[in-house]
Design a protein around this ligand. Structure first.
Ligand code: PBG
Length: 325
């Protein structure tokens, strides 16, 4: 048969395939989420996230050193706060001696070059398990933003490099930027969860932090997953308000959104490969139904191909090891 073009020429050998690969993963792409709680020498496996742990600060430092050694440049910190410190104001969130603030300092002291990003939302500190302050059964916007501003300021004071507001309140990025400017934190960045959908895939995470909403759901602040144009609106507004990096969350069920946003903006785009996405791969692999290592690399590559410059993933360490060989 005479063929003018044979596409399989470019797929013949591993070397040719590597030469023409359009995308590849590096450890620079990954943001490693860390779950931290107060205490010493704690390493607790999260029941819904097999192989992922919540650490006390001492063990967190060891983990951060090993992440850095693997080439991972950034961590994203989440705190599990004891029930006794939770209330409706979430005020533990800006306690200068809180476990979040101590963790930021300790990580920056131990590995100064590691980029420390912090989750900014009230849910781990809220007695209602909501990302904001509750009044008459509603999550109220403006007072919540005031709380998030105090929280961000305390993270900046502790030495955080990037604030990552994950709450989806209106106007919070602008207010956080303003308070950072007013206090001369001119080197602190904002990675905004700009298109965060109300998703069932956060279930295992809420189990890790004991932060599931006590009533209702998060649909009055997180986005409806039926929507696409709204994701662009949210993201463009966050950029206008001062976001340095924007984010789409979750990742794998939202690859179309990642691509739309990548095409619409000129700031780096991150994607959060969330707890439920991690748990599904783990569970299927445990049953022997999929090859875990291949599923990790294929999933993360597809997120990158969709347009993510950065990927927050619980597989950061595993993937870095696989990439580094
Ligand atoms: C808190 C927050 C959540 C996640 C990140 N920050 C949970 C939520 O919004 O309910 C989810 C992360 C994951 O599932 O991996 N605002």
């Amino acid at each position: 048969m005479y063929l003018q073009r044979r596409n399989r020429i470019l797929r013949q050998t591993p070397a040719i395939r590597a030469m023409v690969a359009e995308n590849s993963l590096t450890p620079n792409d990954f943001i490693a989420p860390l779950f931290i709680e107060d205490g010493t020498n704690l390493k607790t496996e999260i029941s819904s996230m097999k192989g992922y742990y919540r650490y006390s600060l001492d063990n967190t430092i060891k983990e951060v050193k090993s992440l850095w050694a693997l080439g991972i440049k950034s961590v994203l910190i989440f705190i599990k706060s004891p029930e006794a410190l939770k209330d409706n104001t979430g005020k533990e969130a800006w306690n200068p001696d809180g476990i979040m603030q101590r963790s930021i300092k300790a990580i920056k002291d131990a590995v100064p070059e590691m980029i420390v990003m912090t989750d900014v939302a009230l849910d781990p500190y809220s007695s209602y398990g909501h990302d904001g302050i509750v009044k008459d059964g509603e999550i109220i916007n403006d007072e919540t933003v005031e709380a998030l501003v105090k929280m961000s300021l305390s993270h900046a004071a502790a030495g955080a490099d990037f604030m990552a507001p994950s709450d989806m309140m209106d106007g919070r990025v602008g207010e956080i930027r303003k308070v950072l400017e007013q206090n001369n934190y001119t080197r602190v960045g904002i990675m905004s969860y700009s298109a965060k959908f109300a998703s069932c895939f956060y279930g295992p995470f809420r189990n890790a932090l004991d932060s599931a909403p006590g009533f209702g759901d998060k649909k009055t602040y997180q986005m409806n997953y039926a929507n696409r144009i709204e994701a662009i609106k949210e993201t463009l507004m966050d950029i206008e308000e001062g976001a340095d990096i924007v984010m789409v969350k979750p990742a794998m069920a939202y690859l179309d959104i990642i691509r739309e946003i990548k095409n619409a903006v000129t700031v780096p785009v991150s994607a959060y490969h969330v707890s439920g996405e991690y748990a599904m791969i783990k569970a299927a692999a445990e049953k022997g139904w999929i090859d875990e290592e291949k599923a990790i690399i294929e999933s993360l590559t597809s997120i990158k191909r969709a347009g993510a410059d950065l990927i927050a993933t619980y597989f950061a360490k595993d993937a870095a090891k696989l990439i580094n060989g």
